[in-house]
Every structure is written in structure tokens, then in C-alpha cells.
Design a protein around this ligand. Structure first.
Ligand SMILES: [Zn+2]
Length: 484
């Protein structure tokens, strides 16, 4: 499809463009912030961008990041919307979904209003929210949840562990509401009792260093909770996204569930693909820098996760960006003698997510360009209802990341643009680098500088998740729905 000469604001020429129909050396014509034409020899535009020798990928969609949020342990994230989305843009990500995290006793509508205001002022890239629920007994909960879903907040987060966990009946109630109103339920799925018992036993035995964080989250905790959430999804026919899968057994459970038609999807994160629990084994409290939940696992798990991405058990790779400084404001808030259970969990990941995957999938050939685009942009956009995002196709927002495959980087001690102060990937050498980023047709990263201003990002109203009603619920749920 071609348009007339004056209609393009920008044309990118000569890049290897990764579209839903495959890879082609074509031009991309941009008008009014959208992709207006794809093809050879497009007419001249007022701004021409030379993409020769570059890969043109859809701008990254990171559907799991914690921004300006209080942790379950009461520690505030190091990043504001301004700093987190600066970091996202520099790493080639143009849309993020972070959390509107309900404090206990807080009305859900108040939670959302608070986060929305801060994001509106600070976010440099486009953004949406998961409704993160800690207290479904609060006043007005059912009303607020239905209203917020209808207003375009189409995903909900629940926990099976931590103090903010819901019990099984509460999770089923949330799933029933999500099914009714058309939302996706995202779950942090680890068994609370298995973690609690193991943690206390480790501490009693004097095993308190950061490296014992890994055994304190037994793989069986993931196995049990993933299995239970799959059963709930099957019973309720509610679409469920299983967050941050870390184990081979988790991959197997998801594959088997999907084979029998259960509406479950799953993500993993770079720290499970490229790190093992050995990262935590450092002198003193240094290992705290790599602590996250679930913890990194083994090389065999890494292989299973890659295999799961190849064969449709793992749908996407998010960052789970959870930023805490390595000082008393963050990781060391309980002082220099803290045991592992007193240290905030999480790694910064918004910026390194795409470069790490580009190196693995493009430079090392582990999957190739179409898988890269799918795992990092098009699948998250589709599963979370971001209809204008994630693909280089006519009519979509012109969110484009241009990659130079010839460039190379070695991560340094503190070279990310977030506010964390350390780079957990220090020393990692990568082939390929972000060359330029466009969001809705505007250049937002060029020559290593971010041009996007705080407030430039738009909130993204999401449409009903398309998969909601395709599965059949258990007879008991059908009986209830028939009686409504
Ligand atoms: Zn998370």
C-alpha cells in the first residue's frame, strides 16, 4: 500500500524490517504517528532515516515491570516513572505495563488514580497498569474492579505468597470477575507455606547469607502453585498469565495444560535465561544485588526455558524490573547484618532486557528475528490487549527500534539509565546495540541520548482480551452462570 508524496512525515529506508509476514528489506513510511506504508521506493518524506545495515524491530513491549512502587516488604522502588521509562527507552522499549499496587485497606479506584497521576506526569514511554490486588475485602471492591476493567485496565495481578497473598477462594473470586468482565489474571505463583517453612529452617540453621535466598524459594514452591493456578484456570475457564517461570517442571506443567486447552500463558525473564543461582554466591551481602523471586535456577532450567520458548510453553520475555539500590534506601534497608529474608528482592531489567535477547537471538542465532519480535513485542502486545502496539504493520503505532548488529557493548558497573546504581550484568559482552528508537513516529532515542520528555508517554486503554470466553468452565461454574 502506497500513499502520496507529501503524506509521510518520516521514511526509514533500507533496513531489514521484521514484520508479521516475515523479514524484508523495505522502507517504512510514517504518517501521523502510525505506520502508513511498507514497501520499496516509498516517496520522499520531510525526514529521511537511513536504516541501511540495521534491523528494524517493533519497539519493545515490557509487560512486567515495577515502577514507583512499594515492595511487599515496605521498601520503595529506586525508580520513578521518569527514570524507569528513561531506562526503558534507552533499551529499545516503547511500551511498559507496570503495577497499580493496592495497599491493604485502600480502595482500588484510589490506587489506580494515584498511579495514573504519577505516570501521566513522569512517563516518557507509553504505559498501562496491572491492577495488583492485596485486599479484595475492601469497600467497593467488586464495583471498582468491574469499572476499572471496563475503563481499559484489562489485567489483574495476584500473589500466592508474601503478606499480600490472596487465599484460594479469593483468587477464584478474582478469576470469576476477570472472566465476567474480560481481563487477564496474572499470578506470582509460588507456594507460601513451602517458602515460609524452608526460610525459617534455613535461618534457624544459621544459613543467612544472600546465597541461601535460592534454597529458601524451593523449586517445589513454583511447581505446586503453578499446578494449582492451572487447575483454577481450567475450572473457571479464566485466562491466566503465569509470571516469571523459572523451572523446567513449570515449563512441563504449562505445556501439558495448554495441550488440553487450558487458557494459560507464561513468561520468563532474562535473569532466568542467562543467570544461575551461583550469581548469589558473593562475599558479604554483595549477593543481594542478584536476589529476586523466584531465584535464578540451573543451566538445565535455562535450557528448558529456551526449549519452552521454541515450542509454545513460554510466550514472552519480560524484565520483572524491580529496582532497589545497594544501600540503606533499598537492598540494605535492614542494615549490614541483614539475613537474606530481610533483603528486598529484584533486579533492574527494563534497559538490558532487549540487548541481552538481541545478542542471544540475533547475534548467536538462538531463535532469529521473528522470534525476537514475537517474544519481546508482538506477543505481549496481543496477550495484554495493546491493539496499536507490537507489530510493524500498516495502521499500528510507529514504535520502532533500530538495531545495529555490528556494534558491541560490554556492560559496566553503573551504565544503565535507571536509578539503581549498579548493573547486575556488569562484564557481560553483547553484540548488537540500540541505534535509534521511535515512538508514535517521533525519534525518542538517537546518538545514545533520550529525547523523550517526562509526560510524553500516553496511557494505553486496552481492549477486551480476545481469548477470554473461548474455554469452557467446569460444570459447577456453568451451573452458576446459568442461574445468573
Ligand atoms: Zn514482578
Amino acid at each position: 500500500m502506497h500513499r502520496n508524496i507529501s503524506e509521510f512525515d518520516r521514511v526509514l529506508r533500507g533496513g531489514q524490517v521484521v514484520t508479521p509476514d516475515g523479514v524484508a528489506e523495505i522502507d517504512v513510511g510514517i504518517a501521523d504517528g502510525c505506520i502508513a506504508a511498507l514497501g520499496r521506493n516509498l516517496a520522499a518524506a520531510s525526514q529521511e532515516i537511513d536504516a541501511n545495515g540495521l534491523w528494524v524491530m517493533p519497539g519493545g513491549v515490557d509487560p512486567h515491570c515495577h515502577i514507583e512502587q512499594m515492595s511487599g516488604m515496605g521498601v520503595m522502588n529506586a525508580d520513578t516513572f521518569e527514570t524507569a521509562t528513561l531506562s526503558a527507552a534507552m533499551g529499545g522499549t516503547t511500551s511498559v505495563i507496570s503495577f497499580a499496587a493496592q495497599a491493604k485497606g485502600q480502595r482500588l479506584s484510589d490506587t489506580l488514580a494515584d498511579y495514573a497521576l504519577r505516570a501521566q506526569r513522569g512517563a516518557r514511554v507509553d504505559h498501562a497498569f496491572h491492577l495488583s490486588i492485596s485486599d479484595p475485602e475492601v469497600d467497593g471492591f467488586d464495583h471498582d474492579l468491574a469499572a476499572l476493567i471496563a475503563a481499559g485496565h484489562r489485567s489483574i495481578k495476584v500473589f500466592t505468597t508474601y503478606d499480600i497473598r490472596l487465599d484460594d477462594a479469593q483468587i477464584l473470586s478474582v478469576m470469576a470477575a476477570a472472566r465476567l468482565h474480560g481481563a487477564l489474571v496474572c499470578v506470582h505463583a509460588e507456594n507460601h507455606g513451602l517458602i515460609d517453612w524452608t526460610r525459617q529452617a534455613l535461618l534457624r540453621a544459621g544459613l543467612t547469607a544472600p546465597k541461601y535466598h535460592a534454597p529458601s524459594h524451593p523449586r517445589m514452591a513454583e511447581v505446586e502453585a503453578v499446578s494449582r493456578m492451572i487447575s483454577f484456570a481450567e475450572f473457571m475457564a479464566c485466562p491466566v498469565m503465569l509470571f516469571h517461570i523459572s523451572t523446567a517442571e513449570g515449563v512441563d506443567l504449562i505445556r501439558a495444560a495448554r495441550a488440553r486447552g487450558v487458557p494459560v500463558w507464561a513468561e520468563t525473564c532474562p535473569h532466568y535465561l542467562f543467570m544461575t543461582e551461583d550469581a548469589l554466591d558473593q562475599p558479604g551481602l554483595e549477593g543481594a544485588k542478584w536476589m529476586c523471586s523466584p531465584p535464578q535456577r540451573s543451566e538445565a532450567d535455562q535450557a528448558a526455558l529456551w526449549e519452552g520458548m521454541d515450542h509454545g510453553a513460554i510466550d514472552l520475555v519480560s524484565s520483572d524490573h524491580a529496582p532497589y539500590r545497594f544501600d540503606e534506601s533499598g537492598k540494605l534497608s535492614a542494615g549490614p547484618e541483614a539475613d537474606f529474608s530481610q533483603i528486598a528482592n529484584g533486579l533492574p531489567g527494563l534497559e538490558p532486557r532487549l540487548p541481552l535477547l538481541f545478542d542471544a537471538m540475533m547475534a548467536q542465532g538462538r531463535g532469529g528475528p521473528e522470534s525476537f519480535a514475537a517474544l519481546t513485542a508482538s506477543v505481549p502486545a496481543r496477550l495484554y490487549g495493546l491493539k496499536s502496539k507490537g507489530e510493524i504493520a500498516i495502521g499500528k503505532d510507529a514504535d520502532l527500534t533500530l538495531w545495529d548488529p555490528q556494534a558491541s557493548t560490554v556492560f559496566g558497573a553503573n551504565d544503565l539509565h535507571d536509578n539503581v546504581g549498579y548493573n547486575p550484568w556488569e562484564g557481560t559482552s553483547l553484540r548488537g546495540a540500540v541505534h535509534m528508537v521511535l515512538m508514535r513516529g517521533q525519534v525518542i532515542v538517537q546518538d545514545g541520548a533520550c529525547l523523550a520528555q517526562p509526560g510524553q508517554g500516553h496511557w494505553l486503554r486496552r481492549e477486551q482480551i480476545g481469548t477470554v470466553t473461548q474455554a469452557t468452565p467446569a460444570p459447577e461454574v456453568q451451573l452458576l452462570e446459568a442461574s445468573e
